[in-house]
Design a protein around this ligand. Sequence first.
Ligand code: GLY
Length: 358
Amino acid sequence: MLPPVQRRTFMATSVASLCASAFGAMPAKPLGKGRPIVIASSNGLETVKLAMDLIKKGHDPLDAAVAGVGIVEADPSDHTVGLGGIPNEDGVVELDSAVMHGPTHGGGSVASLRNIMHPAAVARLVMKRTDHCLLTGEGALRFAKMHGFPEENLLTDDARKFWLYWKETVSKNDDRIPPPIDELDPAVKAFFGPRYVREYGTIHCSALDTHGNLGCTTTTSGLYFKIPGRVGDSPIIGAGLYLNNDVGSAGSTGRGEANILNCSSFLAVEEMRRNPDKSLKDCLIESCKRIAATNRDKRLQDAKGRPNFNVRFFAVRKNGEFAGASLYAGVKMAVHDGESARLVDCSSLYDEVLDESL
Ligand code: GLY
C-alpha cells in the first residue's frame, strides 16, 4: 500500500490535480438569454457556486458541473468522494463517476478507478475521446494516465485510521485487537460515534445553462469498506444520473444497488418527459415509490416492510424548475438560481427521518 497522504503532499498534489479536473473542458461561448440553475446534493454548496460562476462566464454546463464537483473530489474532509474517500475492505480507495452532456446526448463513466483524484473529469474524457461509455479498474487508470492525470494516493491518514478500526472490530473472532475506547484517536471516535452510518455518500450536480442546455455528473468513493471491485450506481448511466436535453436532468445519492435495480434516474427523467405538467417533486417521488415497491428482500426492510435505507434524488427541468426527493425526510439539496447559493429542503415519500445509525 502507498503511504498515506500527508498535508504538505496534499497541497502540492492538489494543484496538479485541480488542473487535471479541467482536462477535456471546452472553451467558453457567448451567453444566451435563459436563466441558469445549478443543483447538487447537500455536500455541494461550493460546487453550485463554482459551477454557476463558470456558466455565467459562458462555459458548457457539463464542464461547469465537473469543475464544481472537483472541489469536493479534492476535499479530504468529505469521506464519500475522491481524496479522503473511505477505502474498500483492503484499504484502497476506489472511485466511480459518470457524466452526461445534454446537447450531444453523450455520456461516459469510470468505475473502480484507483489513484486518480478527479474521476468525473476522466469520465468526461471517456465520453469525448473513446467510442465507449464505461471504462473500469486497471483500464480506466491507464486511460487516465495516458491523458495526463497525475497518479496519487487518495487514502488520507484519517481514512486509513477509520479503515483500520473497522478492520479491527468487524469480527470478534479473528486475531485483531482494537485499541481500548479511551485510547481511541479522537477522529476515529467521532467517525464511529452514535450517528455512524455505513454510508453510500456521493455528490451529484446538474447544471442548466443560459441556452437551456443541460449537463450532469455523479462522483463517489462508494460504499464504505466495500468488497473490492464493487460498483455502485454513480457510474451507471440511468441509475445514478440521467438527462434528456429536451426535458431535464436528475441524479441520485444513497443505496446504489436500489438505483441500479430500478434504473431510477432514467425513470425520474422519463416521468418528467411523460408528464410535463406534473410537479418535479412528484416525478421524483415516483422513483422513490418504485424502489419501495420492488424492495422485496426482508434483509433490507424495517418492521413495517419499508426500505431500511435512504435514496435521494435531485433534479432540474429544462424550464428551470428544480426539486429534490428522498425515501425518508430530512434531506437537503444545494441550489444556485443565478442570484445566490443555498440549501433547500427536499420532499420525501415517508414523513419520518431514517435512523441510519447502527
Ligand atoms: N450511491 C453511491 C453508491 O452506492 O456507491
